[in-house]
Design a protein around this ligand. Structure first.
Ligand SMILES: Nc1ncnc2c1ncn2[C@@H]1O[C@H](COP(=O)(O)OP(=O)(O)OP(=O)(O)O)[C@@H](O)[C@H]1O
Length: 283
């Protein structure tokens, strides 16, 4: 018998969605997930479990598949093969519109969808309806108070009446982080929240993220970044990717090592950690 005839195919790992049972304590569960577009494999047999209260860093070079991974968790994309459970609901067997309010998302794609003429307060409050532009929806004072409190938490409440389009990129990032928390989500997905920020903007954002990571009642968090310098203290786990596959995943200290990071970025790196902050330079 040839090897290909005896080995189970990856498609064989895919369980019909209605029959798939996720681990009870899993907030996110990817089981043998593959995503293909034409001949390109964006994710290659990824298995990954996130449990309640964990704070995960997703890291890897450009094109590694990080956003694809997060877009599945955001219910914006379905796997070609494999199974995904989000908050114990299985993709393919759940109405994603019921699931989406439980998932907070901040991404560059979303940043581009918020109308520039929208006020900052509206840009946050509209997350309650899962829309990016205010139209005829009714918001009560509790919604508006919540949006203002979230803007305060992210240090941008003074911008509430400004037009979203007039904000700097750092200010927009913080507004989007506030927006991501508007529905009081159980899962918070932050795709490159510090990209393009200046040093002060980055450090301010990282301090806010570290405070959120330390907050016991805050949602389970997943943060995508290219840089170890952007890992907020208090994050607990990391998943390193390359070419759509997992290089290493697990507790942060065991995963953000020179060996794993050098392999993920295909570059010998010297990695240091002090007081919960990491730096990496080429050897
Ligand atoms: N619809 C598509 N068709 C073909 N290839 C695609 C498609 N969407 C994404 N890709 C490719 O899949 C790969 C993974 O993309 P993804 O955006 O997930 O990477 P990433 O790790 O988030 O990258 P970056 O760090 O540059 O944002 C990239 O090579 C990208 O060009």
């Amino acid at each position: 018998m040839t090897e290909s005839a005896s080995a189970p195919t990856r498609a064989a790992h895919t369980v019909p969605a209605r029959d798939y049972v996720a681990a009870e304590d899993a907030v996110l569960e990817y089981s043998h997930v593959t995503v293909r577009r034409g001949t390109k494999t964006l994710l290659d047999d990824v298995s990954w479990t996130v449990r309640e209260g964990e704070r995960w860093i997703i890291m890897g070079p450009n094109g590694a598949g990080k956003s694809t991974l997060v877009n599945i968790a955001a219910t914006r994309l379905y796997p070609t093969e494999g199974n995904v459970a989000i908050l114990n609901e299985v993709l393919g067997a759940v109405n994603v519109f019921d699931l989406r309010p439980l998932i907070g998302l901040s991404s560059s794609l979303l940043a581009d969808q918020v109308p520039f003429q929208e006020t900052v307060l509206d840009a946050v409050v509209t997350a309650g309806w899962g829309v990016t532009g205010r139209w005829n929806e009714e918001y009560d004072s509790m919604d508006l108070d919540r949006a203002l409190n979230l803007l305060r938490r992210w240090g941008v409440s003074g911008l509430a009446e400004r037009r979203y389009g007039s904000l700097s990129s750092g200010e927009r990032k913080r507004v989007l982080a506030a927006r991501a928390m508007m529905t009081d989500p159980e899962l918070l997905l932050l795709d490159e929240p510090a990209a393009g920020l200046d040093l002060a903007g980055r450090e301010t954002l990282i301090r806010s993220l570290a405070q959120l990571a330390a907050d016991e009642v805050a949602p389970t968090q997943i943060l995508v970044t290219h840089h170890v310098e952007e890992v907020p203290p208090g994050f607990t786990h990391a998943l390193l990717m390359r070419d759509g596959a997992v290089v290493a995943a697990g507790p942060l200290g065991e995963t953000l090592t020179e060996e794993h990071l050098s392999e993920a970025f295909r570059l010998p790196l010297k990695v240091t950690e002090q007081d919960g902050r990491y730096t990496a330079v080429a050897r």
